[in-house]
Design a protein around this ligand. Structure first.
Ligand code: HEC
Length: 432
């Protein structure tokens, strides 16, 4: 094989990506939304000559820069670490397809970091007008990073371009001329503004606790961004959901967990709107820290569920129509059925022992979605003690037939036999 496998007991490696990605989303969306809010509110405070309000945003900027720069960098690199280990082939494909995308992304990232530091460290030294311009530069560069990454995640979900005469193997432009691109950009921008305004609520309730008047002003100013954020995110995700490829829809219908997550997403959006309506909209006064924290928790749950659904919905693909969850390119399936799935490589010599070979096939071909004995979609309970080898072989041969979220079987008849032997040994193992 081209790369080694990564066995993460119980959880499976892609789930680890999902966890790191969700933590990263909490910070990266704040980095974008916070930039937009700081730019707008800074401009407002300078225009209205409202010194206490501008001073509050200075305090917020300190919290913001510390959290987004330090934590965002750690979790951002964390994503590369997990995806490169869990899905090396998909990572390779994304690097190759978007080589200039990453370069552009990096340039904007540098602009983002430099303007964030200038904004924070020279808050009072720069002329207010110049300072507002720096905060706007930060906001725009952060938002452009969001747009670039959204193109790439849209491509992973649906790699077809918008134009029918384009070939269906994706290229750079398929990411941005893609049905998923606009709705996802909409959803992420809304989610970013929402999350940032919720962090502002918590931060303000925490640091302005004794200054009811200023806190009330912050609450009034943040009410619109929160409601705008929830509604924009919701509309974006709804549109993205409707526009998913037909095969993804069919796969999702069968997946109970995904349906539960969708319900949780809708529920948390409704709860946030209700809390805002019966709280700050009807009675605009200062809020308690408890209220701010509960709103934030609902916001985080909404974002996390949306992200999880996006990650889970792609099965059997890692990159739509290009790389499968079985760590192979779609284009090489036919060939591998003739030549065999396992190939010697510098990582891995193919064993001469049948069961060991079966285990290797499992690790490459199945381990991305199934844990072994217990855990995420574990194979042992799924097979519920089946010990009829013929039955198992048939299941492997027709892997994606009843369940379209599984990749097609990609190997020789002999390899089917090896994998079936391995599964029999897993089934025979009794719990201690
Ligand atoms: C891209 C993800 C993915 C890969 C890779 C994958 N599966 Fe699955 N498999 C699923 C999903 C989704 C289900 C649906 C049931 C569940 O997991 O809860 C499933 C269900 C199953 C079931 C139970 C349903 C049935 O028909 O009995 C078996 C057995 C199974 N897979 C075996 C395998 C084997 C063996 C491999 C490797 C050759 C494999 N799977 C690779 C996603 C995958």
């Amino acid at each position: 094989m081209y790369y080694p496998w990564w066995y993460v007991p119980g959880l499976t490696a892609p789930m680890l990506i999902a966890f790191v990605a969700v933590v990263h989303v909490f910070v990266s969306h704040y980095a974008v939304g916070g930039g937009i809010l700081i730019a707008l509110e800074n401009r407002f405070a300078v225009k209205t000559n409202d010194k206490p309000y501008r001073d509050y945003w200075y305090k917020h900027a300190k919290f913001f820069v510390l959290l987004t720069v330090a934590f965002g960098a750690i979790t951002g690199v964390g994503i590369w670490w997990t995806i490169a280990l869990a899905s090396p082939l998909a990572t390779e494909t994304l690097i190759r397809t978007f080589v200039f995308g990453w370069a552009i992304e990096w340039v904007f990232f540098v602009i983002e970091i430099v303007s964030a530091f200038i904004m924070y460290y020279f808050w009072f030294q720069l002329k207010p007008k110049t300072h507002v311009i720096i905060s706007v530069i930060y906001a725009i560069s952060a938002w452009i990073s969001l747009v670039l990454i959204t193109g790439i995640t849209a491509f992973m979900l649906d790699s077809r371009g918008l134009f029918a005469n384009w070939s269906d193997t994706g290229n750079f432009w398929h990411a941005f001329f893609n049905v998923q691109f606009l709705p996802q950009t909409f959803a992420r921008t809304g989610g970013a503004v929402l999350l940032a305004a919720l962090y502002v609520f918590v931060h303000a309730a925490w640091v302005l606790g004794d200054d009811g008047k200023l806190l009330e002003r912050v609450v009034r100013r943040m009410t619109f961004p929160i409601i705008f954020g929830v509604i924009t995110m919701f509309i974006g995700i709804l549109a993205s959901f409707i526009l998913l490829p037909e095969s993804v829809h069919r796969a999702m219908e069968r997946a109970v967990l995904i349906n539960v997550l969708v319900v949780i997403f809708v529920g948390t959006c409704v709860i946030m709107l209700l809390l805002m309506f019966f709280g700050p909209v009807l009675r605009p006064r200062s809020i308690s820290a408890g209220f701010a924290v509960s709103l934030l928790i609902f916001g985080l749950i909404a974002l996390a569920t949306a992200e999880f659904v996006r990650e889970a919905a792609r099965k059997p693909w890692i990159v739509d129509q290009i790389v499968l969850g079985s760590q192979v390119y779609k284009d090489e399936i036919e060939e591998l059925r003739m030549t065999g799935f396992l190939r010697d490589s510098e990582w891995q010599k193919v064993s001469s022992n049948k069961i060991e070979r079966g285990g290797m096939i499992f690790m490459y071909h199945c381990n991305n979605c199934h844990a072994l004995e217990r855990g995420m979609s574990a194979i042992k309970p799924l097979l519920s003690g089946e010990n009829d080898k013929k039955f198992l072989k048939n299941k492997i041969r027709l892997l994606n037939k009843p369940i379209i979220s599984m990749p097609p079987w990609t190997g020789t008849e002999e390899e089917i036999d090896d994998l079936a032997e391995f599964l029999l040994t897993i089934n025979k193992k009794t719990e201690i």
